[in-house]
Design a binder for this molecule. Structure first.
Ligand code: AMP
Length: 531
């Protein structure tokens, strides 16, 4: 009863990791109830209008005696209801709908009580509406059986079944739960830190650095030949990447991996937009497989056989990953490098640049002593600010700086080429160049000032328009739609990557390119929310 009851308390007829469904909708519930209690449409409408809840409505229409004592039904204990649900889910074949209805009728009969009928219906429809969430049920289990809430949460992660967890908590066997293959574990996430020239926030800890791959996060559950890939939203995406499933199947092992699916040809990572052609495709034609070859790059190991590794430190999990996964076609292990005791910004920035050269997105830094914290975005993993892409822009106006930069022109307004060929401002940058570079540019800007009339429409009074000749490469966090500048867009956290002496202003990026990046950004948000 305990096992079934806690599942029901979360509004589920079965365990969360259980793929069975009841296949009973609202109309079947009404049909069976009507067969038993003979109400008409008007009575049903009135009851539904009163409560707005199908369970309460049908409960109130039962002809059952209303003085029965709650919970006194031997016939319909939680365990018995759970068995009935199993039979309903099991019904298949030609007359399965009829069979499900007749099983449901038996349940209603056994319920005897309007209140119990109401709650059976609520569980079937998956909506209890009593303010209970999974988290609260987990806390209740912890306090009922005097165990740590963290241990209960972990138990759920391992087993994927709150019912199993409750029983284990009661028997004091939470630490013996088996890893349930096919039950996805929440993904550990990283906090962003800005690219810079000191990484003070990392000081005092030991770190490893890895490339940040630009693909789709996936957790691979490998249970011998049974292989399942889960996306970050915990959906099963195995059918979309059959080559990877086959490759994992060939390992003949039981393990859970965390990693990234990337488009890769001959060992070279292809851009994210290439992979896009495959994302959310259910059936993958041969041609598509050839056009967009995919590979899995593993960067973590969450379980081996029945052993869960979440609490092992990063370094140990990495060592075990190397043993479990010998690289083979379509399966790679992400290389990592352990950094020295003292955080050295020059080394980090060099590794970041090298990662970009390899076609990857940036770098991930991971604390050597960090556990795998499912579903958490903490400080154990940090990602070096992702640059979607950079833009080549031209400086159209400058301003005197502040503080120690008050004697130099250090604030630049820059533009891209608009649809009619003219320049449209898109942002301002204050950082990225060295003091020497700024000092050198200042006299140039002073010599190439333009008259006030050249002021752009949305300029601030302190802006000095200049000849559009200095081309900069700017990086940014995201592109936003904005009224701030003439282009209709603005850049979040822009920083100057370098001065592009090699590029004439005639060849800077266009507003079309800005729109393209903006749209790619929107598409990514859809695929991986909150990347
Ligand atoms: P975020 O989702 O914003 O926390 O950024 C982390 C994302 O980067 C993950 O969801 C992964 O999809 C991706 N990623 C790429 N390479 C790595 C890596 N080496 N370690 C962890 N995550 C990575």
């Amino acid at each position: 009863d305990l096992e079934a009851a806690v599942r029901f308390f979360t509004g589920n007829p079965f365990a969360a990791s259980d793929r069975r469904t009841l296949s009973i909708g609202g109309s079947a519930l009404v049909k069976v109830a009507r067969r038993l209690w003979h109400f008409d449409d008007a009575a049903l409408s009135a009851a539904y209008a009163h409560s707005g809840d199908l369970g309460d409505a049908l409960g109130s229409l039962t002809q059952a005696p209303r003085d029965t004592v709650l919970f006194a039904h031997d016939d319909l204990s939680p365990a018995a209801l759970s068995d009935a649900f199993a039979s309903i889910a099991h019904a298949s074949g030609k007359n399965s709908a009829k069979r499900r209805e007749s099983l449901l009728e038996d349940v209603f009969r056994a319920a005897e009580d309007p209140f119990v009928v109401a709650y059976v219906v609520k569980i079937v429809t998956g909506d209890l509406r009593i303010g209970l969430r999974e988290g609260l049920v987990l806390n209740a289990i912890a306090s009922a059986f005097d165990v740590e809430p963290a241990a209960v949460r972990r138990g759920l992660m391992v087993s994927g079944d709150i019912g199993t967890v409750a029983v284990a908590a009661r028997h004091g066997t939470l630490d013996q739960l088996h890893v349930a293959y096919g039950n996805p574990i929440g993904f550990m996430l990283a906090s962003p830190i800005p690219f810079g020239d000191s990484y003070a926030q990392l000081a005092g800890e030991r770190w490893a650095i890895e490339d940040k791959y630009d693909g789709i996060r996936a957790q691979a559950h490998v249970d011998g030949e049974r292989v399942m890939l889960f996306s970050r939203t915990l959906n099963d995406v195995s059918a979309t990447y059959p080559e990877i499933v086959t490759a994992f199947g060939g390992l003949s092992r039981r393990a859970i991996f965390d990693g990234e699916i990337v488009a890769m040809r001959d060992g070279n990572v292809l851009p994210f937009r290439t992979l896009q052609a495959r994302i959310s495709r259910k059936d993958v034609a041969d041609a598509l497989r050839e056009d967009v070859p995919v590979a899995y790059v593993a960067f973590d190991l969450l379980a081996v056989d029945d052993e869960l590794l979440l609490d092992e430190p990063y370094e140990r999990r990495r060592a075990r990953l190397a043993k479990v996964l010998a690289p083979k076609p379509r399966l790679a292990v992400a290389p990592f490098e352990i950094l020295g005791d003292d955080v050295d910004a020059a080394i980090i920035n060099e590794r970041f640049a090298a990662s970009r050269t390899r076609g990857n997105e940036g770098s991930m830094l991971k604390r050597l002593d960090s556990p795998y914290a499912p579903g958490r975005r903490g400080k154990w993993w940090v990602k070096l600010k992702r640059e979607l892409s950079t833009l080549d822009v031209v400086v159209v106006a400058v301003e005197w700086g502040h503080g120690k930069r008050s004697k130099v022109l250090s604030d630049y307004t820059f533009a891209v080429r608009g649809d009619d060929g003219g320049l449209v401002a898109i942002g301002k940058a204050y950082s990225g160049l060295t003091d020497a570079e700024i000092a050198e540019l200042t006299p140039w800007f002073l010599e190439h000032r333009l008259p006030r009339e050249a002021q752009r429409a949305k300029a601030r009074a302190s802006e000095i328009p200049v000849e559009p000749q200095i081309v900069l490469e700017v990086a940014f966090d995201v592109i936003q739609v904005s009224e701030l500048h003439e282009s209709g867009f603005s850049l979040r956290f822009p920083r100057i990557v370098r001065i592009r002496d090699d590029k004439p202003a005639a060849e800077i990026d266009t507003l079309d390119r800005v729109r393209e990046i903006y749209e790619e950004q929107l598409r990514r948000e859809k695929i991986e929310p909150s990347r």
